[in-house]
Design a protein around this ligand. Structure first.
Ligand code: FDA
Length: 295
């Protein structure tokens, strides 16, 4: 597959900004740096939609290895995981069992389930709830663009499941998801206000300044305690905002992905901002046409 290799080589300089490294050894110093700068972290081993049980087992083993390596850093890490990485697309009970084993091994560390495309929404929520009954440190990401999320947030609050609220990064059809950014923002705020008042250690995951300004006003007006929630942002995105929120005394958690399966994650980041696309195209031209200042 020389074309795919070439494409990945060209994209990697862009990907590097968003991932802590292609493997654990490279990622550890970056994870350590985030911790030493006063941030919390949620670590994600990149990978999704595995098609064999062996791949799901391998993903589980990688999380266990990561957990062992981080134990020596002595810090309260969270872990983020996609259930399609643990075999949700293969067999639900097999996937739930994999998650249970991870939850058991990771003790009090929170494992937060990323929310993937809508084909996985119901399955993810059901497994989350089932495993949460015996392992209360399982949390769940909820996407503000889905119509169903209002009910899902309510359900998580009632069951004391910690929610990470994000806008949603997949292309979803108009019969199940809001399409306009204004509507998504409005729904995000409504859900965030509810989580801040009633949620169980929720994480408000956005880099959207217009939302953050409104959220900070709400937090002040409603006297929401800074230790009752987290702001959460992606590794390499809006470090300026991460720093400002931290300096204001809020807890900021950085979502840190690493691993060799960085392509789907990077492509989602790529389409979120037109400047990203421009960066990649410029880089591509510079490399292929040899437009370098240094010779
Ligand atoms: P918005 O896209 O409006 O961005 C606001 C500003 O942030 C931009 O103007 C830009 O400055 C900066 N920015 C945002 N994205 C950027 C990028 N890719 N490159 C450079 N700058 C960028 N989604 C999902 O479907 N399931 C999930 O489980 C998660 N999990 C998750 C965890 C965390 C911690 C975060 C922050 C986000 C997610 N997401 C997610 C992704 C989320 O749904 C959404 O796609 C992105 O966060 C972008 O939306 P914003 O709210 O940040 O606003």
């Amino acid at each position: 597959m020389p074309f795919i290799r070439l494409f990945m080589n060209l994209l990697y300089p862009f990907a590097k900004r968003f991932i802590a490294g292609p493997d654990l050894k490279t990622a550890i110093p970056n994870i350590r740096k985030i911790k030493e700068s006063g941030y919390f972290s949620s670590i994600d081993i990149l990978g999704e939609s595995v098609s064999t049980r062996q791949q799901a087992e391998t993903a589980k083993m990688e999380y266990l290895k990561l957990f062992e390596s981080l134990d020596s850093i002595n810090h309260s890490f969270d872990f983020s995981i996609k259930l399609s990485q643990l075999g949700l697309g293969i067999d639900r009970e097999f996937c739930a069992e994999n998650l249970r084993q991870l939850a058991e091994a990771m003790g009090n560390h929170t494992i937060r389930l990323d929310m993937e495309g809508s084909a996985y929404t119901q399955g993810t929520l059901e497994i989350c709830e089932a495993v949460h009954r015996t392992h209360p440190h399982i949390g769940q990401a909820i996407q503000a663009y889905l119509f169903r999320s209002k009910n899902d947030v309510r359900h998580c609050i009632e069951n004391k499941i910690s929610v990470r609220l994000c806008k949603g990064a997949y292309k979803e059809p108009s019969d199940i998801a809001l399409q306009s950014m204004d509507e998504i923002r409005t729904n995000f705020l409504e859900l965030a206000y509810q989580l801040l008042k009633e949620g169980h250690q929720p994480a408000i995951a956005t880099h959207d300044e217009s939302l953050l300004v409104k959220l900070l006003d709400f937090i002040t007006q409603e006297k929401i305690a800074p230790e009752s929630f987290y702001f959460e942002m992606l590794y390499g995105v809006r470090r300026d905002l991460q720093k400002i929120l931290k300096e204001k005394g809020y807890r900021v958690r950085v979502y840190i992905p690493y691993g060799k399966a960085w392509l789907p994650y990077t492509l989602r980041r790529l389409v979120e901002k037109k400047e990203n696309l421009l960066f990649v195209i410029t880089h591509l031209f510079r490399e292929t046409l040899g437009l370098r200042k240094l010779h």
